[in-house]
Every structure is written in structure tokens, then in C-alpha cells.
Design a protein around this ligand. Structure first.
Ligand code: KG4
Ligand code: ZN
Length: 356
């Protein structure tokens, strides 16, 4: 079964052809990073217009690279939530138009389910870890989302949120701190590089949500603490002070993500931890997570970087699982800015369920 995936939920236009067993035949990603860089973040209107420009060429390239004729596809999978409404609509209309023309079924995919199933993708010519077995605990850390999930199977009903961020996502915190320090967008890779040469103990920043037992995250307090530091000491130049500040910030984000992921895996009595999302590219996060997983007898699975960042292959795979179950959304793919995964964490402050 061959499925074409289309992804336009944020600032990447993606198309991929994937087999139902996870084999990736093609995976094309057209990034909009340069388009949004001057604004320090994604501008929704610009994103939609760029998806409109790139949608058709990206799909054509994905089919050509896979050597697959459109008529040989079993169906089309498209991200329909969560994401920027205008951006999602472009991808969904592209998918529906194609499906209509080809008389193929189309299924909508929740972007977060795509990320959570990304460890099952198989890229030829790439060394990658064996996929996890169900059930596993997954940390999804990207520019838009940060949450821990228990994943019992590939379908939406088998995935439950264990805790999420109350405010900023981890990647968003990297991006905002980088902007504050004049380091450009996206912030993760540049902070990662600078932190490598800094001393994380040299600057004393707050530890986010260290409360024992809580699987919720909060990064806005840490971001505010960096802001307070900058107001007091001034914005550091390109020197060891900047590297120390980046190292301290990154250490706090990484330790928080890793400790909560390990605690979640132990509490859920699972053997596998998966880390997905763009922040999984972080060198310190990978190293620290590997060490802590090892100490606790857990098996860590971090998909290759191209599977961690936004891509259409994970959408095609999640869609293939839906098509295999005989599901079909033809004619009624709905978009939404929200995930369908049940949330246990509310944004902002307020009363929490007792177990959190
Ligand atoms: O998954 P992704 O490509 O897009 C979504 O947000 O869905 O993730 C992008 C995020 C950005 O916030 C970026 O700063 C962060 O991932 N990121 C990193 C690193 N590389 C990318 N964060 C920390 N360290 C990195 N090396
Ligand atoms: Zn994403």
C-alpha cells in the first residue's frame, strides 16, 4: 500500500510517498525558514501563500523521486490539525483536489499523531534505531508543542497525554531566548552550538516546574528569567558570557525534558522512550536522555533528524494506518487549530486535576 502524504500545518511544505510498513520512498520538504527569519517567527499569511506556491511542485517532486505514478497510490493523507488555519486549508484543498481527480480516498491526519509515529519510518541508506514496541512513552518537543504521551498503538484512541506545557513550547523558548539575545531565527540550532562552549553553572537561572511528580512543563518563567538577566547585565556580545548564558538556559530546558520523560516512562512501566519534534536535534538533549535512559534500564529511540522535524513522511505513515483500518474522510476533511488528542494540561495557571 503506497500513500502520498501532504504536510502544510506550519512553515514547511512537505510531500512524501511512504509504504504502509514505514518504508519511505520519497520525502520532500520545502522549508520557509528564510521567508520568516526577518520577522523572528512564523507569519501565518506568508506561510499560507508560500504553501500555495510550493504545494504542486513539492507533490510532483515526491511522486517523481519515488518513481510512483499517482494512479498507483492507495490514497492520500493530509495534515488537518493542529496548525495555522490558512496553512492547513491549502494542504487539505490540495489533497482533496488530487483525491477527487484520481478517485482515491483521502484521510486527515492529526500532526501530533504523525510526530508520535515518526520512529516507525524507515529511510533507505540511513542508519537508524530499531522502532519501539507498544506501549511507549514519547516526548514531543517542537516549536509549537511540548508534551509527554503514552502511546499504546498507532491510532488516536490509543494515545493519551500525560502532561504538556502550560505556556511556551520548548522550541518556542529556544526561539524567544535567541531573539532576545539577537541570535536570529530559529533559535535552537544556534543556542545548541553556543552552549557547547559555555559553562552551564556560570549563570544562575530558575529551574522550570521542578515540582516532584508533575509531568507538566512551563518555560515562560525561564524565558522571563533570561530577560531579567539581560535587563540587569545588558545583552552579552559574542563572547564567553553569551556562551555561558546559552549553556545555562539549555541545561535547564534539557534537564527538565529528560527528567520528566524518565519519570513518565518509569511511572507507566514501559521500556521505551521516544523523543520526537525539532528539539530532538539538540545535542545535549540526546546525550543526556541516552545516559538517563541507560541508568534506568530504558531504551531510548530518537528518530533521525529529518523524521523529527516537520515532514510529510510521518503524515503519510499515520494516514496509511488509518487507510489500513478502512477509514476514509473523502469529502469531509475538517481543519482545526487544535489536536484531537485529549488534553489533560490546560494552558495558563488555574486549578489542575489532582493527579498532576
Ligand atoms: O518540529 P519542528 O521542525 O517544527 C515545529 O515546531 O513543529 O521544530 C522546530 C523547533 C524550533 O523551535 C527550533 O528552534 C527547534 O525546533 N530546534 C532546536 C534545535 N534544532 C531545532 N532546539 C534545540 N536545539 C536544536 N539543535
Ligand atoms: Zn511539528
Amino acid at each position: 500500500m503506497l500513500v502520498l502524504g501532504i504536510e502544510t500545518s506550519c512553515d514547511e511544505t512537505g510531500a512524501a510517498v511512504v509504504r504502509a510498513d514505514g518504508e519511505v520512498l520519497s520525502d520532500i520538504v520545502q522549508s520557509q525558514v528564510k521567508l520568516h527569519a526577518p520577522y523572528g517567527g512564523v507569519v501565518p499569511e506568508l506561510a499560507s501563500r508560500d504553501h500555495l506556491r510550493n504545494g504542486r511542485p513539492v507533490v510532483t517532486a515526491a511522486l517523481a523521486q519515488a518513481g510512483v505514478a499517482a494512479r498507483d497510490l492507495a490514497g492520500i493523507a493530509v495534515t488537518c490539525r493542529p496548525g495555522l488555519t490558512g496553512a492547513l486549508l491549502v494542504g487539505v484543498e490540495l489533497a482533496q483536489g488530487l483525491a477527487f481527480g484520481l478517485e482515491k480516498p483521502v484521510v486527515g491526519v492529526d500532526h501530533l499523531v504523525g510526530h508520535l509515529l515518526s520512529p516507525f519510518l524507515r529511510f533507505s541508506g540511513l542508519t537508524q534505531p530499531d522502532p519501539p514496541s507498544f506501549p511507549f512513552v514519547a516526548l514531543l518537543a517542537s516549536g509549537g508543542h511540548t508534551a509527554l504521551y503514552r502511546v499504546d498503538g498507532p491510532e488516536l484512541a490509543s494515545i493519551s497525554e500525560l502532561g504538556a506545557t502550560r505556556d511556551d513550547a520548548a522550541g518556542e523558548a529556544f526561539d524567544k531566548v535567541a531573539k532576545l539575545l539577537g541570535l536570529g531565527y530559529p533559535g535552537g540550532p544556534v543556542i545548541d552550538r553556543l552552549a557547547k562552549e559555555g559553562d552551564p553553572e556560570a549563570v544562575d537561572l530558575v529551574w522550570p516546574m521542578r515540582r516532584r511528580g508533575s509531568l507538566e512543563f512551563s518555560f515562560s518563567g525561564l524565558k522571563a528569567d533570561v530577560m531579567r538577566w539581560v535587563m540587569k547585565h545588558g545583552r552579552p556580545g559574542d563572547d564567553h558570557v553569551l556562551r555561558n548564558l546559552c549553556a545555562a538556559f539549555q541545561r535547564r530546558v534539557v534537564d527538565t525534558l529528560v527528567e520528566k520523560s524518565v519519570a513518565a516512562a518509569l511511572a507507566q512501566k514501559v521500556s521505551f522512550i521516544v523523543i520526537a519534534g525539532g528539539v530532538a536535534a539538540n545535542r545535549e538533549l540526546r546525550e543526556r536522555a541516552a545516559a538517563r535512559a541507560n541508568e534506568n534500564g530504558l531504551c531510548l529511540v530518537v528518530p533521525p533528524f529529518r523524521a523529527c522535524t516537520d515532514n510529510a513522511a510521518m503524515i503519510a505513515y499515520a494516514g496509511a494506518k488509518r487507510l489500513e483500518r478502512g477509514e476514509d474522510d473523502t469529502g469531509h476533511v475538517e481543519t482545526s487549530p487544535r489536536t484531537l488528542l485529549p488534553r489533560v494540561t490546560r494552558k495558563g495557571r488555574g486549578k489542575r486535576p489532582a493527579h498532576l
